[in-house]
Each structure stands twice: as C-alpha cells, then as structure tokens.
Design a binder for this molecule. Structure first.
Ligand SMILES: *Cc1c(COP(=O)(O)O)cnc(C)c1O
Length: 369
C-alpha cells in the first residue's frame, strides 16, 4: 500500500534501519554526539536563533509555544482543525482567546489580522498555520508577521509549520516561533516535535511556563546537547538519518524545488481530468480535491489500486481527499497515484480513460528536469 496521506508520511527504509538498533541510553557521550549533530542540522533547516526538540506529537509543541509565549490574549486564525486547536489550547491554559474564523478553503487576510490587533490591545501573541492541513490551505504568514511587527514588534508570531518546514523555504524575519513535527515533511514516525525560536521569543520565555513543556528548562539542557527529560532517542537518531538522506539526495534546496514542482504537476494533472482543487490558495504540502465522489474515489484508490490518501474531517468528511506532497517521493509513486485517480474516475463513469493525468504529470516533471 502506498501511504499518501499528508501525515503520517512514509519513513524511508534506511531511516527505519537506523532506528532498529538497540536502545541507546540518553545520558551518554554517544547519544550527546548524535544530539549535537542533529541540532546543527535543525539550525540549518529552521535558520532560527534557537531550536528545541520535544518528545510529543506536534500538538505538544503548539501547547508549549502558546503557554510560554502568550501571557494574556492569543489571536488564533481558524481556517481549519489545526487553527481551531490553537484557540482551544489557549482557553485550556487559562489564557484569553480571540479568533478569526474563515471557511476551510479561505486564507486569512493581512487586513483581518491587523484589524483584530488594533481592536484588542491585550493580544500579545498570534498563532497561525503556514499550511493548514485540514483543507491544504496556505496562509500568508510572512506578510501577516511583517504587518503585525510594523504595528507592534512585541506581539509574538507563532507559526505552525508542521506541514511547511521541510516543504518550502520559510522567511522567518518576522516569525518568532516556528513549529515542526516528525511525522509530516520530516518523514519520521510520530512523537517528536521541534520549535525554532527567535531572540524576541527567547526574551519572552524568560524562566518559562509549566513543567514538562517549560521551554526555558529545555533550552538550558539542549544547549548542552542533552534534554531535561528522557529524550526520544530513537526518533532523534532517525532525524539525523533523515537529514543525511536529504543531503545525499541533493540537499534542502533540491527538496524544496522537487516538492514545489511535484505539487504543481499533480494539480495540473488532476485539473486536466476535470477535478477541482479545494483551497483558493493551495499549500505545497498536499493537493486537496473537493468532489461529490470523494468517498468513492478514496475507497477505490485504497481497495483496488493500493493507494492510501486522506479524507476530510468534520463538515468536509466525504467531500474532499488530500494527497501528500511532503518528503522524498519517487516519481513512479506519484505517477501511479494520479493514474489511479484517473482510473477511478473512469470506473465511476465520469470520463473515458485516456492516460491524461499521468501524461501531463510526466510531461511537467520531464520538462523541468
Ligand atoms: C499534523 C499537524 C499538527 C499536529 O498534530 P499532531 O497530531 O499532534 O502531530 C499540527 N498542525 C498541523 C498543520 C498539522 O498538519
């Protein structure tokens, strides 16, 4: 079965092998050496002043960011499940929350955010997804961050990059905190989350908040290449192997280029066979199609063609399907995915199969090689 969900993503064989050794003790020079190398790679990926790894799924890093970086009122952008989650985290931690809500195909605008902060001087942090995975939507986070900082540089910008870090180069000039998770573009099993932090964020963290997710405690340890609590050793060993794999494949720039081109080619291939891309501003992390037969197409892909794509949640259940674009994806796999979708449409009596989807995909990839 080809796993083509936008998280979890497949773990490369060599990375699975690297993680299959005996469990390493975390308080040893051997593990600290691995930690140090991994940290260096993370600095190169995030381009931030500090990086912190946490043993948690992505939501843990979202909570750590909110509790350590918001001390009064959080403005969260809700164009989907993950944006909504930021507001719930704020409330659960006794913080005040203001939300900008849009349909899941619609990105927040810079002016909506500017208006919200002008209307409420208690907002001291903004949380927004770079790529909102609920509908495969790209928010204009860099522009929002710039506009907010021009009005009030003390407002902290928390950017959830869980389906953006490792997908595209992110300009963090005005972003204080950037979040990543292991099971998306980093091609690892779930359980490790990472925060990239800027100087302003480090100042605001001060002595930190909470216990397990106290970022000050973690930063202090991680600067010494160790962790405050037991490290997710196996996942960190896997992460180092991921970075080395990306390097062997040509580096981050090539990964970003390949991902962008693949996303463009898949979109063109599926549009050519009459399908419609759901978000008005698609992210490069996934291709989201809205279709009356979304459920039937998904089932057919899984049962007849060996392809597992994700569906929709809440009000989009049965209305969309989402195809992963994150990570190192062989062309023969994605070519089979678009071809399978075309065959499914044919079986549903929607169009006569003529191989258009894979032809267009291959043509775009070939012309840009
Ligand atoms: C997957 C994801 C998360 C984190 O979810 P976990 O299940 O806690 O790993 C957060 N934000 C976005 C945009 C995601 O895609």
């Amino acid at each position: 079965m080809l796993l083509f969900t936008p998280g979890p993503t497949p773990v490369p064989q060599n990375v699975r092998n690297a993680m299959s050794d005996e469990t390493m003790h975390h308080r040893t020079p051997e593990f600290e050496a691995i930690f140090e190398k991994t940290r260096k790679h993370l600095f190169n990926l995030f381009k931030s002043d500090e990086v912190v790894m946490l043993s948690s799924s992505g939501t843990g890093a979202m909570e750590a960011a909110v509790t350590n970086l918001c001390h009064n009122t959080l403005l969260n952008v809700n164009s989907g499940k993950f944006g909504e989650r930021f507001g719930k985290i704020a409330v659960a931690n006794g913080l005040k929350s203001v939300e900008i809500k849009n349909e899941w195909d619609t990105a927040v605008s810079v002016s909506e955010v500017v208006e919200a902060i002008k209307n409420n001087s208690e907002i001291d942090a903004i949380a927004v997804q770079i790529s909102e995975s609920a509908g495969g939507l790209r928010h204009p986070v860099e522009e929002i961050a710039k506009a907010v900082k021009e009005i009030n540089p003390n407002i902290i910008i928390i950017a959830d990059g869980i389906t953006a870090v490792g997908v595209e180069k992110i300009d963090i000039s005005n972003i204080d905190c950037l979040i990543a998770g292991s099971q998306k573009a980093l091609m690892l099993p779930p359980g490790l989350s990472i925060l990239g932090l800027g100087k302003k964020a480090l100042e605001k963290i001060g002595s930190g908040k909470g216990y397990y997710f106290n970022l000050a405690t973690e930063i202090k340890s991680q600067r010494k290449n160790t962790t405050a609590w037991t490290a997710a050793t196996t996942l960190i060993i896997g992460l180092l192997e991921i970075f080395e794999t990306i390097e062997r494949d040509g580096g981050l720039e090539k990964l970003y280029k390949d991902t962008a081109l693949r996303a463009e080619a898949v979109q063109a291939a599926l549009e050519a066979i009459g399908l419609h891309v759901y978000p008005k501003t698609p992210a490069k992390s996934m291709t989201t199609i809205d279709d009356k037969d979304a459920s039937a197409i998904r089932k057919m892909l899984k049962n007849e063609f060996g392809v597992n794509v994700a569906g929709g949640q809440d009000h989009l259940e049965g209305k969309i399907f989402r195809i992963n674009q994150m990570g190192l994806i062989p062309i023969y796999e994605i070519a089979w995915v678009v071809n399978s979708i075309e065959m499914a449409l044919s079986k549903l009596g929607r169009r006569t199969y003529d191989g258009s989807a894979s032809r267009i995909l291959n043509q775009i990839l070939f012309e840009n090689k």
